[in-house]
Design a protein around this ligand. Structure first.
Ligand code: NAP
Length: 300
């Protein structure tokens, strides 16, 4: 296996911190569904493998029940803390964010995380993203940042209406919104809103066109690009994010794929190639996550 050590570029956030543009996730395939108290050693070992390959951005969440594995992998990797970018997210304890971050830090064995996100906006009494409840939660996010428990604060799965609600009262604007983003869910209005408000976009599910949503209209063109750049489709899709200033969060349980993904850092797509993927991608709409929160034809 090629030992690729191409530095992963950083994106500057609106609070002056920097985020590595390729992240390794401890959700989806790693989500703990059985006994939550049992350590998943495979998850620890694979995360250590990723850290050994110079992935420095590790994306976790309270909801995944893998913060203990995330922390153990970080500790055992021996990578200095300041070289890492660690994310976690609050979901079921969103009513007590100071308590939630302390519990997460304890599981992670860390003094701070680099990025703390509200996992989704559909919480509270109405389960519908009530503006007052979103604003109250955001005030707590600002407080834990001010206490130094988290370096940057942001959100995940927020739509324009949710972002607008918190921006109305925020002292500190969200640094990022982590959303499902790929060629079959391009969300141009949301990305334009992010850009206008200095909010960075993080993509989860970036490989959806070749996994959950395959086959599809971009396949043939992506295959041609694979020949041109001598890479796999996954690297074209990750690069498609990075070349649009979008941070890509992926994952794998396989050493070969983790190594392959890093090839996405070795080339650049041309603006014309990005446009062509976008045009072909518009022929299909697909949402793989949180679909129950949306009407069938709603691809905002
Ligand atoms: N904020 C949110 O609500 C949210 C939601 C979802 C995800 N996330 C975050 O984003 C991370 C990545 O999400 P994702 O898993 O959807 O990312 P993804 O990058 O779209 O997909 C990665 C998955 O695809 C599989 N894969 C890769 N190449 C493949 C191929 N050529 N053929 C078939 N399968 C292939 C991998 O499985 P193998 O193990 O077989 O390689 C891995 O499980 C998560 O771990 C989590 O941290 C956040």
């Amino acid at each position: 296996m090629a030992n690729i050590h191409t530095p992963i570029p950083n994106l500057k956030l609106n609070d002056s911190n920097s985020i590595p543009m390729l992240g390794y996730g401890l959700g989806t395939a790693w989500n703990k569904t059985g006994d939550k108290s049992q350590l998943d050693q495979t998850c620890v070992d694979t995360c250590k493998l990723a850290l050994g390959m110079h992935y420095t951005h590790i994306d976790g969440a309270e909801m995944y029940n893998t913060e203990t594995e995330q922390g153990k992998a970080i500790k055992e990797s021996g990578v200095p803390r300041e070289k890492l970018f660690v994310t976690t997210k609050v979901d079921h304890n969103v009513g007590d964010i100071p308590g939630a971050i302390k519990a997460s830090l304890s599981k992670l064995g860390l003094d701070y995380v680099d990025l703390y996100l509200i996992h989704q906006p559909w919480f509270g009494k109405g389960q519908g993203g009530d503006p007052a409840e979103l604003q109250a939660a955001w005030r707590q996010m600002e407080a834990v940042k001010e206490q130094g428990l988290v370096k940057s604060i942001g959100v995940s799965n927020f739509l324009i209406e949710h972002l607008s609600a918190i921006l109305e009262t925020a002292k500190i604007p969200p640094a990022v919104n982590q959303i499902e983003f790929h060629a079959y869910l391009q969300r141009p209005e949301l990305l334009a809103f992010h850009k206008k408000n200095g909010i960075a976009t993080e993509a989860f599910g970036p490989l959806t066109p070749i996994t959950r949503a395959a086959p599809g209209p971009i396949d043939e063109y992506v295959a041609a690009l694979c020949k041109k750049y001598a890479v796999n489709p996954s690297e074209i899709l990750l690069r498609w994010c990075v070349d649009q200033d979008v941070v890509a969060i992926t994952t794998s349980s396989k050493e070969q794929r983790l190594s392959d993904y890093l090839r996405a850092m070795t080339f650049k797509l041309t603006p014309k190639e990005i446009e062509e993927i976008n045009e072909l991608g518009k022929k299909k709409n697909y949402r793989g996550f949180w679909a129950k929160k949306f009407a069938d034809n709603d691809f905002r």
